[in-house]
Design a binder for this molecule. Sequence first.
Ligand SMILES: *Cc1c(COP(=O)(O)O)cnc(C)c1O
Length: 420
Amino acid sequence: MFLFTFVEFNFYMDLIEDQYFIQGIPVLDIIKEYGTPIYVYDTQIIERQINRLKSAFHVDKLGIHFACKALNNINILKFIKSCDVGLDTVSIQEIWLGLKAGFTPDQIIYTPNCVGVDEIEMALKLGVQINVDHIETLEYIGHHYPDSKICIRINPHVMAGGNEKISVGHIDSKFGISIYQLPLVIRLVQTLKLNINGLHMHTGSDILDAGVFTLASQILFDAALKFPDLEFIDFGSGLKVPYQTDDVSTDIEEVGELLSNSFNEFCNQYGRKLKLYFEPGKYLVSESGMFFVKTNVIKQTPSTVFAGVDSGLNHLIRPMFYGSYHQILNISNPKGRPRIYNVVGYICETDTFASNRAISEIHPNDILGFKNAGAYCFSMASNYNSRFRPAEVMIHEGKHYMIRERESIEDLLKNQIEVL
Ligand SMILES: *Cc1c(COP(=O)(O)O)cnc(C)c1O
């Protein structure tokens, strides 16, 4: 019983003869119009992922909230809202952004960590669903906002250690209220008459192992029996998508089958049908995004051939920050002879996107495309080296739209105050 399989790699672009297309539009036409570096998002893929997730679960009511820290362009948020998906936020600013995108407060979950009481109060006043991960915050809300509905973020202390070994530990995580503090939580809830309408867990680690996930969900169900006023149980995320051809990824159909069964069983035991929530970021948008850059130089050293591109860790930091793998394609020369490259950025740091990577022969000015560039890519971009952040384009219903223009020197100086 494993929740992972070798998933056939999803090709986001169509390769017809020597050209890549997204929704029928030649990629090189998009580049010609908007330039590089540029992020391009395909709404069809977002919709496909939402539908896949929805059809994997057989429960009375499934609620999906998109974790917008993965990708926060307002057009993407509006599109996701139109697919009947809510929003998962981790800051007051993300709440404001969600409200601007048209989400109603009841469609927004707010899961902060280590934020101050003033921010929590702002969120409570806006009427969003608050998800508390600190006992003192529970007490505070109980004293000052006795009528609000509160979800509690539990840390079940379960995590995967390697693929099969289950280690019950992770005791030093800063997230959630420890499951071992449940007796204290229950005492507070009863004394302060708190209205606990949800239980939540998000371990952050990838859901690849059925044993680990089943164990964690069982811990949450057992805890849930002690809270009589629940409306939902939220399993957070951890849904993984493939980044490489033979990558392991969450088998959502199998997760859906297993969890639906245990959830329905739990609801019988609980005596009432609750809502099942998920809050995916990566799963919904990672594959929808491509990042396109231009090759500035091919530089040969005694040991290595470098392809130096017009971008760097300022625009796409995942390879350097997490060691993430992003598949790279030569859009200008899709069928050339594969050669081995180190693809690097133009930042004055060692910003290596890929090492010893076989890519169709690259020449200066060739356009390279990075896959899986929808989640945690633009949203983590910076202006380091005083570089402008990339533009963003959305492909929707066969048309392309610029949804964020390229920055200018005015943007870099915008909040600076010249005093000399
Ligand atoms: C980041 C985050 C998510 C989304 O995680 P993914 O791995 O992108 O799916 C969900 N819930 C919370 C509370 C988060 O902080």
